[in-house]
Design a protein around this ligand. Sequence first.
Ligand SMILES: Nc1nc2ncn(CCNC(CO)CO)c2c(=O)[nH]1
Length: 272
Amino acid sequence: MIEQINETKSYIEQQLNDFKPDIGLILGSGLGILADEIENPTTIAYKEIPHFPTSTVSGHKGQLVIGNLQGKNVIAMQGRFHYYEGYEMNQVTFPVRVMKALGVEKLVVTNAAGGINESFNPGDLMIINDHINMMGDNPLIGPNDDDLGPRFPDMSQAYNRELIQLAKQCGEDLNLELREGVYVGNTGPTYETGSEVKMLRTLGGDAVGMSTVPEVIVANHAGIDVLGISCISNMAAGILDQPLSHDEVIETTEKVREDFIKLVRHVVEKMN
Ligand SMILES: Nc1nc2ncn(CCNC(CO)CO)c2c(=O)[nH]1
């Protein structure tokens, strides 16, 4: 793994002329538009990057965008890899390893998610304060490389408390009514059933999606501080008693992208 990380790191650094990213951004379904706001961008298609998979899902562009956002040096994934695409957990999370190797110490992970909490509405933005891994897998299974992180990482603050407070303050600054809650990681690609939603709500879930958990586990292993933001793109199965569709997910994220971009820009600006 280390050799692959270093090979990919060197390939990317050759495109950057000594530019060092400090903040990583993983932009979920329909949220990649934020990367278009990055100034002086260096864009590298995933298919050009050694050991990177390629995105196969609509709403995920499939490229790294590296440059300046609100005066900070950022590296953004415009499109992510999902376990349901058939990638192994270590493939899904490989970009996080590379971000760490490039110098990233703070990571903003975003996603579109289904609302489990019945007080939520499509279009809400939720600050993630914890997650429940229902994916039945873990990117750290297998031999541990102590140079990458500890064998048994602590996950009691998987989502950094200071970054959560920062995001909530940014929401107040922008007069955005933000939600806060627990994200449940489901493997997908099926959306959850009504009975599964009832179970997840009983377990304490507020939103459900098919990503984020693997990346956050690896970020914690690597010692990266994480902020997670979900765009509640629709209500989970059985709540509104209507069929779920990916088109609806993209449509809702397009509607809220203005507020989403304002929030993430402000958070990046205030990060130190
Ligand atoms: N009910 C529900 N609504 C959702 N909106 C987005 N996602 C995250 C999954 N996104 C997939 C399919 O849209 C694309 O990665 C979900 C989900 O898993 N469940």
